[in-house]
Design a protein around this ligand. Structure first.
Ligand SMILES: Cc1cc2nc3c(=O)[nH]c(=O)nc-3n(C[C@H](O)[C@H](O)[C@H](O)COP(=O)(O)OP(=O)(O)OC[C@H]3O[C@@H](n4cnc5c(N)ncnc54)[C@H](O)[C@@H]3O)c2cc1C
Length: 600
């Protein structure tokens, strides 16, 4: 039986006098006909007997309520037919969902693709939850149904390889998509605890909205991603990294507490002190152990401004030496270190294709060729930021200068700008708007994100940046180091076995042009070539935002100990393996034979 919300407790629902009859009749209604069934007051009262009302407004209101009940019933009936969900029809209206479960084709379409643009799967229905209980009710229904169906949380669908998709069940649209149709059903917005310096946010909240709310209190999260139109639950399921990670650790290291709906439909609060195993499992857990419905995120006083600096190198070892020096300052007082350290590779025409190129012009024109194409035309850009506000502005120049003096960049290549903190954090969105205006945002993105151990990064440079890429980038290529001691080994995230490792992010866009080197096929082949090169050279890298399709690849990714723990946690928190099947790690119990990866 479903754990149902009593209809009596919710006066908003008008109870049909004959729900069983209505639902049964509806279930036997041919699906194709159902899809076009007119949602008039008459048709709804045909399903749920509604007494005549004197007041027209009241009748309209009831019609609206009944329409949503009708759609809910329809969606669940479709699930019954499609996957054999066994529920007593009389229970259907009592699933008690406050949000909306829909099979509307436009909603299905919206969640069937992702940012990668290379994978597509249509779910049977979409849930727009209004509360964490909605999420729990749906997952529990999936878990308790005899035949089962998959449930995939979708944050903002910014995955590359179909990780938030499913064709075997229901997608839960956590970020309140469908906003354009007035369906923004997100639960209450972020709640800031000023004194305690943390914020409680819904799992589908976008980081940009978290920032906007916390700034009202002069506070901001400590650890970021480069792009803020990502959901909290989506980045916490991976790690969430940017140039602050060397100092504060990834976003998963800056969370005090989470509410999680497990694969059994249990809603649990987890932290270091409470349900500790689930807490560590979901952080970096690729959505495998539960759906994060609330996260408590650490805050710090928000700076007002940043000094944003870029300097160039033609010598890779000097570039990485300086990056590693800067991140080694993690334990120093704020005045003696930068707040953000990143970098990127400029290969030949790379600046033109780089989202960040606007930084260099028009006030900072740069003649790349004049700066030394000695190393096969490859340049490296160190990107550093110092935060400041009124109280620290006076010492800013001096502090920055003291740090810059220790670096070995090309002297003529210093580019500086001072911008508001928010503009800096939201910088990729500015690039997004430009790309959108040129029709270059919604294109396939065969992205490859790698964690490369420090000891092998020079080989990677030689083999990939100066070798395989062949002077073509087709998008930004980020490279920056992180300190492993800022990553909690108990989380599910996987990093290389070295104290310092680099993120190398090949963020390329595929275009349908005559230039073969920009096509999806070419770039995908090149990605495979890069992975093969690393494998053959014995570079023990780890994929970030991993994408594998076989069991042995996943086992290699986690390594024997972490794989054993990962499996054990799966068995405990999602024993029917119904969550986030788009990651292709485990086959759901109901479809073991139909998935690409074999059942394990
Ligand atoms: C333009 C762009 C820039 C990016 N920049 C960065 C960056 O700087 N740093 C970085 O770390 N990453 C970055 N990413 C990657 C991003 O963090 C991941 O793609 C992340 O998964 C996207 O979040 P999302 O909310 O869109 O998740 P989705 O793609 O919707 O979901 C990702 C996975 O998480 C699961 N999931 C989603 N919500 C929840 C939840 N509430 N609870 C449990 N599981 C859930 C899904 O089922 C799926 O398996 C970037 C991506 C893009 C497109």
């Amino acid at each position: 039986m479903l754990r149902s919300k009593s209809l009596k407790r919710n006066p908003a629902y008008v109870i049909s006098t004959t729900p069983h009859a209505a639902a049964t009749r509806f279930c036997s209604f041919p699906l194709r006909r159902c899809a076009h069934f007119p949602l008039s007051f008459t048709s709804i009262s045909f399903l749920y007997k509604i007494p005549p009302h004197k007041n027209h407004t009241e009748s309209k209101k009831i019609t609206k309520i009944m329409a949503s009940k009708f759609l809910l019933t329809f969606a669940i009936c479709r699930l019954i037919v499609a996957v054999g969900l066994t529920l007593n029809p009389t229970d259907l209206p009592r699933l008690g969902i406050d949000g909306r479960l829909t099979v509307d084709p436009s909603h299905i379409e919206e969640v069937s693709g992702d940012f990668g643009g290379m994978h597509r799967a249509e779910p049977l229905a979409v849930l727009h939850p209004a509360t964490a209980s909605d999420v729990a009710r749906l997952v529990r229904a999936a878990y308790e149904s005899a035949d089962g169906f998959a449930v995939s949380a979708r944050g903002h669908g910014h995955s590359i390889n179909g990780q938030s998709q499913t064709s075997n069940g229901v997608v839960i649209d956590m970020s309140g998509g469908g906003g354009s149709r007035g369906l923004r059903l997100k639960p209450a917005g972020p709640r800031v605890f000023e004194k305690e310096r943390y914020v409680d946010v819904w799992g589908g909240e976008l980081w940009i909205d978290v920032l906007r709310h916390t700034l009202e209190y002069g506070l901001a999260p400590k650890s970021w991603t480069d792009y803020l139109y990502l959901s909290v639950g989506g980045t916490l399921s991976n790690a969430g990294i940017s140039g602050q990670a060397f100092n504060h650790g990834p976003q998963i290291g800056n969370v005090h507490e989470v509410d999680v709906v497990t694969g059994k439909g249990d809603l649990m609060t987890c932290s270091e002190e409470q349900n500790e195993e689930l807490f560590h499992a979901v952080l970096g857990g690729l959505g495998q152990f539960g759906i994060i419905t609330r996260a408590r995120i650490a805050l710090e006083p928000a700076p007002k401004m940043v000094r944003w600096i870029r300097v160039l190198y033609s010598n890779f070892s000097e570039f990485t030496h300086d990056q590693e020096f800067l991140i080694s300052l993690q334990g120093k007082p704020v005045s003696e270190k930068f707040d953000y350290v990143e970098g990127f590779v400029i290969v030949d025409e790379g600046l033109i294709n780089n989202w960040r190129s606007s930084f260099f012009s028009p006030s900072n024109p740069v003649k790349i060729s004049s700066l030394g194409g000695a190393n096969g035309g490859v340049l490296y850009c160190l990107e550093i930021v110092k935060n400041y506000d009124e109280s620290s502005a006076g010492t800013l120049d001096e502090e920055v200068e003291a740090l810059m003096q220790k670096l070995k960049f090309i002297p003529a290549s210093v580019f500086k700008t001072d911008v508001p903190y928010v503009d800096f954090l939201d910088r990729v969105h500015t690039a997004e708007l430009k790309l959108r205006s040129k029709g270059l945002w919604d294109v396939p993105h065969p992205w490859l994100n790698l964690f490369v151990p420090k000891s092998r990064i020079a080989e990677f440079d030689k083999g990939v940046f100066k070798g395989i890429l062949g002077k073509k980038t087709s998008g930004p290529i980020l490279i920056y180091p992180m300190n492993k001691n800022k990553w909690d080994e108990r989380s599910s995230a996987v990093t290389p076995d070295e104290e310092v490792f680099y993120l190398v992010a090949l963020l390329r866009s595929a275009l349908d042009t005559d230039d073969e080197t920009q096509t999806l096929e070419y770039l995908s082949n090149q990605n495979r070539q890069i992975l093969r090169f690393c494998n053959e050279a014995g570079i023990n890298l780890k994929q970030y935002l991993p994408h594998y399709t076989t069991k042995s690849e996943w086992m290699d990714h986690f390594g024997p100990d972490k794989w054993a723990l990962f499996q054990q946690r799966k068995l405990e928190f999602d024993p029917k393996r119904i969550l986030a099947t788009g990651q292709r790690i485990f086959s759901p119990s109901f479809a073991a034979s139909t998935m690409a990866a074999s059942s394990w």
